[in-house]
Design a protein around this ligand. Structure first.
Ligand SMILES: [Zn+2]
Ligand SMILES: [Zn+2]
Length: 244
């Protein structure tokens, strides 16, 4: 485990992964009740693509927020959520050494409440709308869960066979694509599930314009120098002590 990784956060991650698994199973069970003809399976196929594409956008949006706003000292989320993103720029390959819990726990902390809300509040009566809503939510949740795993695989010199197969068909983030994010000043290719949104958002200069808009209306201002934000991490020479 990396330094600055509190035991409390670890316990929270294990709990969140368990809850996430329980609610995603519940959503899958409810979805199964709605699949009774060819039309529902067709709607499910569309919903899965929609959920997967949406997850890639959300992965980029959250990554952008964590990279560009706040700092390691931000209350509540600084040490546990923002710091790992900033550390990752300094030690990009350290993620390849993270275990299952450390890799996937934070995503589940955010995603488990969303899946719980979906399980309790989504339509129960079988219909094509219910099939779409449940199918898209299931695909979205599973893709968010897998995002940091895909990201980790993009930093591994020898990823598993499944990763290589999925990459071959550009279904998940590729190292060549993600390496562009790791070029200073770390301000492009934020999406890390499949990376499909990156060329579109890049061409639109989406995040740059959003930053300018938020700054113009004095809603949020980015830290001017992202490297200043990592000073606490840089001073911590033990950050990868645990690496073999
Ligand atoms: Zn980043
Ligand atoms: Zn990375």
């Amino acid at each position: 485990m990396r330094s600055g990784y509190p035991q409390f956060h670890r316990t929270l991650e294990v709990s969140a992964i368990s809850l996430f698994a329980a609610f995603i199973s519940g959503i899958a069970w409810r979805l199964a009740q709605t699949l009774d003809d060819a039309a529902s399976w067709l709607v499910l196929a569309v919903a899965v693509v929609f959920g997967y594409v949406a997850a890639d956008f959300v992965s980029g949006f959250v990554h952008w927020l964590a990279d560009r706003y706040g700092s390691e000292t931000t209350p509540l989320i600084g040490n546990t959520f923002i710091r790992p993103f900033r550390e990752h720029h300094l030690y990009p390959d350290a993620i390849a050494k993270h275990g299952f819990i450390e890799t996937n726990g934070s995503n589940c902390i955010v995603c488990a409440p969303v899946m719980a809300s979906a399980f309790f509040f989504m339509p129960m009566t079988p219909s094509l709308i219910a099939t779409f809503a449940l199918g898209a939510t299931l695909a979205f949740g599973m893709a968010i869960f897998a995002t940091n795993q895909f990201h980790k695989w993009a930093h591994m010199s020898q990823p598993p066979l499944a990763a290589r197969l999925l990459r071959k068909y550009f279904l998940i983030l590729t190292p060549e694509h993600h390496d562009l994010h790791h070029e200073t000043p770390f301000d492009r290719n934020y999406c890390i599930t499949s990376g499909w949104w990156n060329p579109i958002l890049g061409r639109l200069r989406f995040f740059g314009r959003l930053e300018a808009t938020l700054s113009f209306f004095r809603l949020l201002c980015t830290n001017q120098d992202i490297f200043d934000q990592t000073s606490a991490v840089r001073q911590n020479q033990n950050v990868i002590d645990d690496l073999p």
